[in-house]
Write a protein that binds this ligand. Structure first.
Ligand SMILES: [Zn+2]
Length: 201
C-alpha cells in the first residue's frame, strides 16, 4: 500500500466531475487500499478519488476509534463506489468542517442530519448505508468532492486555522490557491454583515 499525494485547489482535477467506477478489478482494489492508507496517514476521516487526482467516483470514510463519541460506528471503515444520496432528513445541522485538500482552513457548513446512501462496495456489490450525525456530514462532504464541490463553496463562514509557523511568529505559508479561499471568506463575511444589518433594522 502506498500513501498518495493529496492535491490542493491549484490542481484542476479537484474541480472536475468524477466518472463512474465500472471496473472492480485488481487495479481498482489497489487504488482503494492506497486511498485508505492515505486517509489514515493524513490523518483524515474521509477521502474522495479526485483528492488524489483520480477522477473516479470512489470515496473512503473512517470514523475514529472513539466508542464514547461514535458508538457502534467507531472505527468502522467504508469504501463506497458510485455513492448516491437517495434520501435526506429535513433537519439541517450546522457544523465545522475542514478538508485534507484545503489545509489550514475550516468553515461552518449546513448539512442534512441524516442521509441514506446507495452505491457499491469495493467489490461491486450493491450497498445501502444510513448515516446520521457526523458520519452523515462526512459522507455529504466526500460525495460533494465527486462533483468538484468543496466545503468552502457552501460554508457560510470560513476561517484560517493557526498553524505552527504562525505560532512561531513567522509568516504563514502562502499557497497558490489562498487568494481564492480568502475571496470566498470575504464574500461570506459581507453576507453575514448584511444579514445582521437586516436583522437589526
Ligand atoms: Zn474534503
Amino acid at each position: 500500500m502506498t500513501v498518495l499525494d493529496i492535491i490542493q485547489p491549484d490542481n484542476p482535477t479537484l474541480r472536475k466531475k468524477a466518472i463512474k467506477v465500472s471496473s472492480f478489478d485488481k487495479k481498482f482494489q489497489m487504488l482503494v487500499d492506497d486511498m485508505i492508507e492515505t486517509m489514515l496517514d493524513a490523518p483524515g476521516v474521509g477521502l474522495a478519488g479526485p483528492q488524489i487526482a483520480e477522477s473516479k467516483r470512489i470515496i473512503v470514510v473512517h470514523l475514529p476509534e472513539d466508542e464514547e463519541e461514535f458508538g457502534d460506528e467507531a472505527g468502522v471503515l467504508y469504501a463506497v463506489a458510485n455513492p448516491k444520496i437517495i434520501k435526506t432528513s429535513r433537519k439541517i445541522v450546522n457544523g465545522v468542517e475542514a478538508c485534507l485538500s484545503i489545509p489550514g482552513y475550516a468553515g461552518e457548513v449546513d448539512r442534512h442530519e441524516m442521509v441514506v446512501i446507495t452505491g457499491q462496495d469495493r467489490y461491486g456489490e450493491d450497498i445501502r448505508i444510513k448515516a446520521k450525525g457526523w458520519l452523515a456530514r462526512i459522507f455529504q462532504h466526500e460525495i460533494d468532492h465527486l462533483d468538484g464541490q468543496l466545503f468552502i463553496d457552501i460554508a457560510h463562514k470560513i476561517w484560517r486555522l493557526e498553524d505552527e509557523s504562525e505560532a512561531d511568529n513567522t509568516k504563514p505559508e502562502i499557497r497558490p490557491w489562498d487568494a481564492e479561499v480568502v475571496k470566498l471568506q470575504k464574500e461570506r463575511e459581507a453576507e453575514e454583515a448584511e444579514l445582521r444589518r437586516a436583522e437589526n433594522e
